[in-house]
Every structure is written in structure tokens, then in C-alpha cells.
Design a protein. Structure first.
Length: 281
């Protein structure tokens, strides 16, 4: 009898050890993203353990992204790699009415849900943070990230107060032809930081040197995305060729060369801080 009880106790002990050693279930749901802005939002809100694949355009030199496989971009998706990674969700950036039947069909075969994300304005970021929180079951992390972003932006807005806005041109390439128009997240943070966009068109228009000279901004901000020192030097030279523009004449030109300079995400608060310090030192 004593031997039988001892054997039962021994077996129960083995069972408890087996349960204790069971691996934790994989974080669900798993997501792949071909939208760098969405990838950055997920990482920044502390939900990177949901990611299994990222876009070809994501910067893998960033430590937090270096171990993720690339799964494609806006035009081409590596479906074989997705088959191996087994995400439940694929984040894309396309108008719902423009998603091709082929994309829908291939995603359906792999039981992948297509999620379209919109990050065109600052308000969109807060909406998509909430949506991502619901999608990933990370409501608290998403809410905390949104609150932190809003707090930083409100602090800048209060500090600028009623200071007169500075007529500003935002350039987005080293040739000094690509600009930032209204209805964009960069225009939103410019206005929040005490600037007034001299471009009245919406979206991302291009201009020539004559148009730039006629706009005659009092400040110029050029946004570059981690370009080489040589390219940055050439960018400065291109602006210097307009000596009669007020911003150039008064040395009110700033080049910001950072990976997030043109990307919507939580780093927009840092970018707005740089805008504000430049426009209203």
C-alpha cells in the first residue's frame, strides 16, 4: 500500500513539473506589416512581440527591427515567407476600393486578415493607435502611447502660446523641390509648433526654384531621412543658391536628417519639439 501511494505521489510530481515546464503560448494575434508607420507604432507602443515580419522599407539598422524578416512592400509581397511566418494579420496601406482581388485571394488562402491603416494626418495617428490596440488586444499600451504623445504635443502648444506664426516652407528632399502641403501630419505639427505653411496646396506638391523664390518663406525646414553627409552637404548647397529668399538671407534654415523625419509615428512629438525650438527659440 505504501509503495502504491509513493508511486502516485511520484507521478503527481512529474505531472506538476511537466506543467511548470510548458512553454508560454505564443502572443496572439501575430501581425506582419508592409507599412513602416504601422510597424513603428506597434514597436513604440511596446507591442513588438506581436510582429513577425516588416516592410522592405523599414530601417533594419534600428536595433528594435534588426531581427525581423522582410516580407515585401506596397507592390510586392513574399507570400511564401508569410506562409512560414503564419501571421493572422497583414497591415497594408491602400484604399479599400483599390485592394486587388489577387491580394485578397492570396491572403484568404493563408487565413490572413487584411487591415488597412491610414496615417495621413496627426488625428489619424491617434485613431490608428486605438485601432491597433483593439486589433492586438493591447488596449492599455495603445492608450498609454496616445496619452504620452498628446501630453508632449500639448506641452509644445502651450509653450508657443500666442506667438505670431512664422511663414515656413518644409522641404522633403535634397533637391529642394519636394514640399509638404496642407492636410498632412507634417503640416499639422508645423502649425502646432508655431509655423504657418507657405504652401497652400494639399498633399505633397513639388515646386521649382522660381516658385520657391516667389513664396519667400521666413524659415525653411528640410527633412531628410538618414542620408549620407555628402547628400546633406549638397542639400545645404541647393538652398544656399537662393540668397534673396528671406529664410536664406537671415540664416533661418534648418536641416533635420533623421530616420523618422518624414514618418508618422510617436516620434512626431520629438520632431515638433525641434520645429518649435527652431521657429521660436
Amino acid at each position: 500500500m505504501g509503495q502504491r501511494i509513493g508511486a502516485i505521489v511520484f507521478l503527481l510530481g512529474l505531472c506538476s513539473l511537466a506543467f511548470a515546464g510548458d512553454p508560454k503560448p505564443t502572443t496572439q494575434p501575430l501581425v506582419a506589416s508592409v507599412v513602416p508607420a504601422a510597424t513603428d507604432l506597434i514597436i513604440s507602443m511596446g507591442a513588438g512581440d506581436h510582429l513577425v515580419g516588416i516592410s522592405n522599407y523599414d530601417d533594419s539598422s534600428r536595433p528594435e527591427l534588426k531581427n525581423f524578416p522582410k516580407i515585401g512592400d506596397y507592390q510586392t509581397i513574399d507570400w511564401e515567407r508569410l506562409r512560414a511566418l503564419k501571421p493572422q494579420i497583414l497591415i497594408i496601406f491602400q484604399s479599400p476600393d483599390r485592394i486587388s482581388p489577387g491580394l485578397k485571394e492570396r491572403a484568404a488562402k493563408l487565413n490572413i486578415k487584411l487591415v488597412n491603416i491610414r496615417t495621413e494626418t496627426l488625428a489619424d495617428l491617434f485613431t490608428e493607435l486605438k485601432n491597433l490596440g483593439q486589433l492586438l488586444n493591447e488596449h492599455e499600451r495603445a492608450a498609454a502611447a496616445a496619452k504620452k504623445l498628446d501630453t508632449q504635443l500639448q506641452s509644445i502648444r502651450q509653450r508657443i502660446g500666442n506667438l505670431p506664426p512664422v511663414k515656413t516652407l518644409i522641404l522633403r528632399d535634397e533637391t529642394a523641390t519636394g514640399t509638404v502641403g496642407r492636410g498632412t501630419f507634417l503640416n499639422d505639427i508645423l502649425e502646432l509648433s508655431g509655423g504657418q505653411n507657405v504652401i497652400e496646396d494639399s498633399g505633397w506638391p513639388t515646386i521649382d526654384r522660381e516658385r520657391l523664390a516667389s513664396l519667400n518663406p521666413d524659415a525653411i525646414i528640410m527633412l531628410l531621412s538618414n542620408v549620407s553627409p555628402q547628400v546633406e552637404k549638397q542639400a545645404a548647397a541647393n538652398i544656399a543658391r537662393l540668397p534673396n529668399v528671406s529664410a536664406v538671407k537671415n540664416n533661418k534654415v534648418k536641416i533635420i536628417n533623421l530616420w523618422y523625419a518624414q514618418q508618422p509615428g510617436l516620434h512626431l512629438a520629438d520632431l515638433a519639439e525641434q520645429f518649435a525650438n527652431f521657429l521660436h527659440p
